[in-house]
Write a protein that binds this ligand. Structure first.
Ligand SMILES: *Cc1c(COP(=O)(O)O)cnc(C)c1O
Length: 230
């Protein structure tokens, strides 16, 4: 299968999952998780119609950005962002997924303010309550939004989650449904710099389940590029 064929297949699956859930397929974005794929493969995915690219590692993102790998689509940062790398990501990534602490919110805001811009981001939720995973606990989200609301140079645009690794995609449904409820519950809060636009969840193994449960941004890597060569 070529990258273009894979993108068509994924998009077809996304559209069917959306329609089956009574949703408009056009409201769901396909992010290509491009880690470990080079610029030419990324360009193939963009030509095939992915909506966004997402990178995990700052250095890899900077190198490929310098090669023009992401031309034509917005670039997101989807990895675990270390505080000492915030400077390199703010302003380059249109959206930073996975912001997981009050301190990281503050650092991003400080760096964005120094650069004279406002940085969009998503709060990461540790929806499975896993000790090895980062993210706010679901019940901490109202507090995290209050912290974010007090910062001058960030905008919260939604939530993201990586549920626990499950044997079958259906097993993720309870986590995805909890995320959807959390998204709805916290959309009612009225802060100037918080707009719950994006619910980022679902990867190659479970993106149709995520869409059935309300995701409007899915992050697909191996489903587009094939297995990663480590
Ligand atoms: C790699 C990655 C993905 C995509 O994973 P696949 O299983 O290859 O689709 C999605 N989200 C994040 C945060 C990732 O790091």
């Amino acid at each position: 299968m070529t990258i273009a064929e894979n993108v068509a297949l994924v998009r077809g699956n996304m559209d069917r999952a959306a329609i089956a859930a009574g949703r408009d397929p056009k409201e769901i974005l396909l992010l290509a998780a491009t880690k470990m794929n080079d610029a030419s493969r990324i360009r193939e995915a963009i030509a095939a119609g992915v909506d966004l690219c997402g990178e995990n590692r700052v250095q890899e993102m900077l190198e490929k950005q310098a090669q023009g790998a992401y031309a034509g689509v917005p670039l997101h940062f989807i990895g675990h962002l270390q505080k000492n790398k915030v400077k390199q990501v703010v302003g380059l990534a249109e959206l930073i997924h996975g912001v997981d602490s009050q301190e990281l919110l503050s650092v991003i805001s400080r760096v964005a303010q120094a650069k004279g811009l406002t940085q969009d981001l998503l709060l990461e939720v540790n929806i499975g309550g896993e000790s090895a995973k980062s993210g706010f606990a679901p019940e901490e989200i109202p507090q995290a939004l209050a912290w974010a609301a007090a910062l001058p140079a960030i905008r919260v645009r939604g939530l993201m989650a990586i549920p626990p690794i499950c044997a079958a995609p259906e097993e993720n449904r309870p986590f995805f449904l909890r995320m959807k409820q959390l998204f709805i519950d916290n959309s009612e809060k009225k802060y100037d710099n918080i707009r719950m636009d994006f619910l980022s969840m679902g990867m190659s193994g479970d993106y149709t389940e995520a869409i059935a449960c309300g995701a409007n941004l899915v992050r697909v890597g191996s489903g587009i590029f094939g297995p990663r060569q480590y």
